[in-house]
Write a protein that binds this ligand. Structure first.
Ligand code: BGC
Length: 720
């Protein structure tokens, strides 16, 4: 029987009540899932569990591998590694009895302050699309539904539940929609809508973007799920194309928290900024039945919702007719050993090391095996697993920076905290209905036993050959960073250490760009993002040169005042709950090129320990180029070859100077030369015209090939 007929036959057996139970979340009796569909046992539809999140599996009360932050995975510029990571996450989801993963997040990094940048991939849509597709492919290869989120223009956490992204059609089409389109093309099973509004309409009510663009134009045939408590209405949402309300039930204690607060104050209760109203649930329950009875929502819409959800269950063999409950149990049992397996530890370590970006190096790195090293920083005794919020994971095993260096070093290792610990921040600490005891451990650690002293740090630095200073920011879902400066006294610490030891290496762990006022005074700077459980091992491997630091920046680093959103409340964080994307497509490197401003570190930047020479690029097809690359160093290295396309002429004045069209990484031994072939994405040649749609201007396009958006080594031309 064809799949459609099969689903049709299941659908035909369901009562309306049973159908309604499939489009709205319920309470998970096992308490592990983030979202739960109870299923219809009588019709052979088992329960279905959805679980967070992009950095690993966050099944309640369970441990799982803590992969690096998504931005680190993106910094690898390695879609195959993303695929392997996705597959590992998928296997762990199955091992934990889950069916759909709420990942990846592919929103474009528009605002450097956004508290969720660590969960996202890039400021560039081609890059975000390619890495996102790799993750999706991997997750779904393990027979788990991937959920791409948050559709669309969820680019800040400030006022995320109410703010309207005022963004023109061209900008949406060229920048913000493409990573989602790439996810659909990769066969993603589910799309999660964003909390925010776009041009005035909540995304869950957005018939044009959800119904017309996603489902209509792009032919998405999976299900669209709301963000948690993010379903705005019953009729509007059902007619817009929403298929599943999550979590569908009020958060335990939420109503009481709201009531007691109302009773305490005159003003009434207000949910904290960034926190959705967790009492609002059940819009796709009785109200949907009433709306169908009243003719406001066509009955066929409910069938379509159910068909889409069952379609994905069937595709990934979750329906009893393809797999018995015993078999489902067996498959999770069979994968139980994958939780914390060596192969998953290795993938997490690979991604963390490969995503590390060497921003600057005057030659101090890689370290000599026998060097005496001072390991300094307020949090050297804890791994940096991730940021706060729905992506928090709890690993079985993790390595602190101090332990990682200690086990690798052959010379003496000393340590000092230097300045007070930087506490992690978490969405869970902001929830008014989560009691103190249940609060997620923000990994703040114990501060009782330490009395950090700058003098100790300086002394340790003075007495060592090399000082390695670890600094970090603290970000979370639901809050943006107030500034790009490192929190606490960390800048002071770096400066003091740098003054004491000329071989000072700074390792940054941040969710996005940070300011580095001491950059000229130190010998090397590494950006490690949030490295996850492999933290200390991964950084030691890079510091000592066991691994080439082959990460490249997926986001431009610049002084805070130079970003396109700087100095304008209208652009960010918005005025009267509207945030105007006045910069249009000029986000990230597109902006810095247009404004002719030199960033601190450009998009695509990152050194290797090897040195690469580029030969002449050659056009090999309408959308393909080839370039010889040679490793002229005496050590192996991994180069990320990047291709940018420049439009034909200034004829269409408002086009970006260059747009990433493709990239390819190549591992080369000392002295090895290879011809690297790059396929160029059509997006880089096209512009979206509001009247005539996608347009490729006729003319000669220059393909720039190089090491970053500002380090072009050779060019070729393509006529279109
Ligand atoms: C987040 C989603 C997440 C969901 C479930 C929301 O707060 O925005 O990304 O998947 O919660 O935890």
């Amino acid at each position: 029987m064809a799949d459609d007929d099969h689903i049709g036959a299941v659908l035909a057996r369901l009562s309306r009540e049973q159908k309604l139970a499939l489009v709205r979340g319920a309470t998970d009796p096992e308490g592990t899932a983030t979202g739960y569909i109870s299923g219809v046992e009588a019709a052979g539809i088992p329960p279905f569990r959805l679980v967070d999140g992009p950095l690993g599996i966050r099944a309640e009360g369970q441990c799982a591998t803590a992969f690096p932050a998504s931005i680190a995975t993106a910094a690898t510029f390695d879609p195959d590694l993303a695929r392997r990571q996705g597959a590992a996450m998928g296997r762990e989801a199955v091992a934990l009895g889950q069916d759909a993963l709420l990942a990846p997040g592919v929103n474009i990094i528009r605002v450097p302050h956004c508290g969720r940048n660590f969960e996202y991939l890039s400021e560039d849509p081609v890059h975000a699309g390619v890495v996102g597709a790799g993750l999706i492919d991997g997750i779904q290869s393990a027979d788990v539904v991937a959920t791409v989120k948050h559709f669309v223009a969820n680019n800040q956490e400030t006022h995320r539940t109410t703010v309207s992204a005022e963004v023109d059609e061209r900008t949406l089409r060229e920048l913000y929609l493409p990573p989602f389109r790439a996810a659909v093309d990769a066969g993603v099973g589910s799309v999660m809508t964003a909390y925010n509004r776009v041009n005035g309409t909540h995304m869950s009510d957005h018939e044009r973007l959800v119904g017309d663009v996603l489902k209509g134009e792009w032919g998405f045939d999976g299900y669209v799920v709301s963000d948690w408590y993010g379903l705005e209405s019953t009729v509007g949402a059902a007619n817009a194309g929403m298929d599943l309300e999550m979590p569908g039930v009020a958060a335990p204690g939420a109503a009481e928290a709201a009531d007691s607060d109302t009773a305490d104050g005159d003003e009434g209760f207000e949910w904290p900024d960034g926190i959705p109203d967790a009492t609002r649930a059940g819009l796709f329950g009785d109200p949907l039945a009433d709306a169908i009875d009243g003719g406001e929502v066509p009955a066929g819409r409910l069938d379509d919702m159910v068909r889409r959800i069952l379609g994905q269950m069937d595709r990934f063999e979750r329906l009893d007719s393809n797999r018995t409950a015993a078999e489902a149990g067996e498959s999770s049992d069979a994968l139980a050993g994958e939780l914390d397996s060596q192969r998953h530890r290795d993938i997490a370590a690979d991604a963390a090391a490969r995503g590390t970006v060497l921003l600057d190096n005057d030659g101090v790195l890689p370290l000599d095996d026998g060097a005496d090293v001072a390991v300094i920083g307020p949090n050297i005794d804890e791994p940096k697993l991730g940021g706060g919020g729905s992506s928090e994971t709890t690993p079985v095993h993790s390595v602190t920076p101090l332990d990682g260096i200690d086990s690798r070093a052959e010379g003496a290792v000393s340590s000092a905290f230097g300045v007070p610990r930087i506490d992690s921040v978490s969405l869970f600490d902001l929830l008014p209905f989560v009691g103190e005891d249940d609060e997620a451990d923000g990994a703040a650690g114990d501060t009782a036993d330490r009395e950090p002293s700058l003098d100790d740090a300086v002394t340790a630095a003075e007495n060592a050959d090399v000082a390695v200073v670890f600094v970090r920011d603290a970000t979370t879902e639901a809050r943006d960073r107030e500034s790009l400066a490192l929190p606490g006294q960390q800048d002071e610490l770096v400066s003091a250490v740098a003054a004491a030891n000329e071989n000072t290496v700074v390792v940054i762990r941040s969710g996005g760009p940070v300011e580095l006022p001491w950059r000229e005074d130190v010998a090397a700077v590494l950006e490690q993002w949030y490295p996850g459980q492999a933290d200390g091992d991964a950084v030691a491997a890079v510091l000592y040169g066991d691994r080439d630091p082959s990460g490249r920046l997926p986001v431009t680093f610049a002084p805070e005042s130079e970003y396109p959103t700087a100095g304008s409340d209208r652009r960010y964080p918005g005025v009267d709950d509207e945030v105007h994307y006045d910069e249009g497509v000029f986000v990230g490197y597109r902006h810095f090129d247009d404004a002719d401003v030199d960033p601190t570190y450009p998009f695509g930047h990152g050194h290797s320990y090897a040195t690469f020479e580029y030969g002449e690029a050659e056009t090999t097809g309408e959308q393909a180029v080839a370039v010889p690359v040679e490793n002229v160093a005496d050590r192996p290295g991994r180069e990320v070859v990047q291709a940018y396309v420049r439009p034909p002429s200034a004829a269409v004045a408002d086009r970006p100077e260059r747009e990433l069209a493709g990239f390819e990484a190549v591992q080369l031994d000392a002295g090895e030369r290879q011809t690297v072939e790059l396929t160029l994405d059509d997006l880089a040649f096209s512009r979206y015209d509001t009247d005539s749609g996608w347009t490729v201007d006729t003319g000669t396009y220059t393909v720039e090939i190089g090491r970053s958006s500002r380090d072009i080594r050779t060019t070729a031309t393509v006529d279109r």
